[in-house]
Design a protein around this ligand. Sequence first.
Ligand code: EPU
Length: 432
Amino acid sequence: MYQYIINGGQPLFGEVTISGAKNAAVAIIPAALMVDGVCRIENIPQISDVTLLYTILAGLGAKVTEIDDHTVEIDSRSITSTEAVDPLVCKIRASYYLIGALLGRFGEATVAMPGGCNFGVRPIDQHVKGFKALGAAVDEDECVHAQAIGPNRRLAGANIYLDVVSVGATMNVMMAAAMAKGTTVIENCAKEPHIVDLANFLNSMGADIKGAGTDTIKIRGVDRLTGGTYCIIPDQIEAGTYMTAVAATGGQLLIKNVIPKHMDCISVKLMEMGVYVEEMDDTLLVRRTGALRPTNVKTQPYPGFPTDMQPQIAAVLALAQGRSTVTEAVWSNRFRYIDELKKLGAQVEVDDRRATIDGVEKFHGAHVQACDLRAGAAMVVAGLAAEGTTQISQVQFIERGYEDIINKLRSVGADISIVHIPDEPLPPESVG
Ligand code: EPU
């Protein structure tokens, strides 16, 4: 196992370039299974979730060729199986996109599902509701078995109202409907940037999807998706994490390769806290020189404040001058990391879905765990600001979603390194 060692308390200065969006990539790679041709995908982040998906796709018979660090060609003309039951499938939550992709193209899918969960109940009832509305029979045991029951094993377009605003259900049902016979209308959709990105990817392969990024998505099913080239959007959450890092440490970062519009929900909160944020084309200048002001944050589906930035902003608020609150409205249990933050000196009380944070003047180094991906990112943000040495264990969670975080941070002045710890116990599975 590995640990990050951070000697913190230094401001960050310099430039960071943001990688492709993890939560777009983990949907678009499975969606490549629907393409009867070769698709070239650019700006793929080099993270462990992506590597794992390549292995899963190859196991189904796809030819996966890494052209360079950030470009892959996936040829799904030779798919030999619609059963994704390898234990690897259970390691990431995004494996549920294999259901929509395989069911959409082949009319059947058997996909193993993650067993545990790390921040509350993570049902897939809305995904299943959508598949059933499109004419699939769906059974769940340790796998999800879905099969189109209509003529020629083809799904049929339908009107679907999602009872919960769900990123995964919106994308999964969109995939399944892309090759259904007739028109599908999905209402009460999630509107995250990666939903628009998946729709753009599918459209560039020949799908007919309109309205992604709004509450209502309309999909005219097509017979076939053919190959093409697609470039993934920058990662909103990675960019936001570097914004919170400089907010916590002080200093100035130029954060390059972002879509500033996607960052507004994060920028406004940081500006309320006294952080200077300036948008310039595809770059953000973020500077913090004075004291941090407290504020209140409530997570919401996009365009609200993202739940995947909740731990990182809490780490910054814990250094503000006064009392802040953070309300988690998406997940039922996403405050497990607070006990770790307290080890660094944070003063926080959690009551169900609300954390009340009384800012402290400084953090001090300590040994903390990365409980999951974004919790781990928050430990990095806090460790960079903490005086003394912070050790972060279970960093494989962080590497699921942050490309080359060590070198990116070092290049802006952070004293951070990774060390091998032979005897550290294995952590529980993470399924983020
Ligand atoms: N929900 C249901 N039924 C469903 C699906 C979801 O009740 O069928 C509920 C969930 O329990 C939750 C809420 O709806 O309370 C939102 O869940 P959503 O489906 O939007 O989450 P997800 O698709 O499983 C993705 C990201 C998460 C991110 C959430 C919310 C991926 C692989 N994961 O999860 O990202 O927190 O959307 O934005 O895209 C991360 O990157 O660290 C991460 C956990």
